[in-house]
Design a protein around this ligand. Sequence first.
Ligand code: NAD
Length: 463
Amino acid sequence: NLHSNAQPMNVAVIGTGYVGLGTAALLAHIGHTVTGIDISEEKIAMLQRAEVPIHEPGLDDLLASVQSRLTWTTRYDAVASADVVFICVGTPPGPDGTPDLQYVVSAAASIAPHLNGHTQVIVNKSTVPIGTGDYVTRLLEEHSVTFSAERHAVVSNPEFLREGTALHDSLYPDRIVLGGTPEAVAHMTRLYAPLIEQTFVAPASAPRPEAYTRPAVVKTTLQSAEMIKYAANAFLALKISFANEIAGLSERVGADIEEVMTGIGMDTRIGSRFLNAGLGWGGSCFGKDTQGLISAGREHNYDMPILQAAVTVNYRQRQDVLQKLIRQLRTLKGKRIGMLGMAFKPDTDDLRDAPAHDLIERLHALGATVVAHDPVAMPRASREWAHLTYQEAGSIEEAFDRADAVIVATEWTDYRTLDWNALTPRMRRPLIIDARNIIRDPIDAQVEQIGRDAPTADPITAE
Ligand code: NAD
């Protein structure tokens, strides 16, 4: 798969979560030899058995196709022969919103003793506060006797993949951001040559989009690259909150948020993506990264009111959806509520900061019985959400059985394509809180959506 001018390199990937696995699969696919390292013995044992610990469409096929260039281990020895070492460990938010760097620090401390006499670039792919690249350099210096500024350098190469479409996003990125010294960045452009020039064979599980040519390479300082990641996520998060804020007012004045956002999104200065009104964002990144940026501002005594507002609007949205339900049912005591979707978005089993979590928690606190369904995340939820009280729906039908209302919390394709009229007769009361605006045509039920009246038999169509 390698481009004729590209040299295969040895790569170590530290952390085999969503980002590490995607990175390992991508680099092996473009011809490099990759060792994936994780401290979780359970994850490594699964990977060694060719099982993929996360749900990501197409990832199992891609990993299987490049297994001859992939090794999984809990040991750091492979760092010694690596030309590039990627740090892809988690950076979860601490209690005050500041990212917890303990995994990055321990990864750096484990890498350091294995650094060798040849040129080695250590890449921060984890999302880390601005200044962490320099901090990692200092940690490597401290923990390594072989560290030399001529041969070893830290590069920031932030990750922009979206869970659910990770393969597509990694193979066909809009841009590759590389922050660091010119020499270290040049080393990285050699590693990524087949990706930058798009000379690899597109895998069957992620074909190259027709219009796609090649990614832009953005070369910056370490600090700018670290800021680009936060600023990009913050901007996307505030687009979603903006749509939700306009949706709240649209409901009150009789405008339809779907029409409004179609109308504004067609302005190329605005763009139509990330303007969907609904339950707001969730997941491991937007909440954490907006808080991370706000806490960086706080450290410098600098208010960030736009981001603060985006966060407030996002979490208010979860409360507002519940209010819609309470307005209809008066009280939730003794009511049975079906929940469609638990993952924070479709095509992933990731439950971090999922809106469904807060809804289940509040519904239970208000006396309702929640019967929740998700096409893939239910087994994970039974482990990670053991502190919540809800019943698992064995099937989509069960979420409707005798329900006083059903809430759509995640816009899985399985739900978009439901035969609603076949399901609503199972309910005690046919009330659907469609918090993702997926129902397009009128159904035999009362439907409450975000920022719009329910679809009518005679919708107004845009010309
Ligand atoms: P994750 O929690 O899925 O995976 C992290 C992995 O690192 C875990 O398997 C953990 O066991 C391992 N780990 C922790 N400490 C380690 C150590 N010292 N040595 C080896 N392994 C160690 O996390 P993720 O979702 O892949 O995110 C990783 C980073 O990438 C975060 O900073 C995140 O903000 C960023 N990011 C994530 C996404 C996404 O969509 N998930 C997108 C862009 C950026």
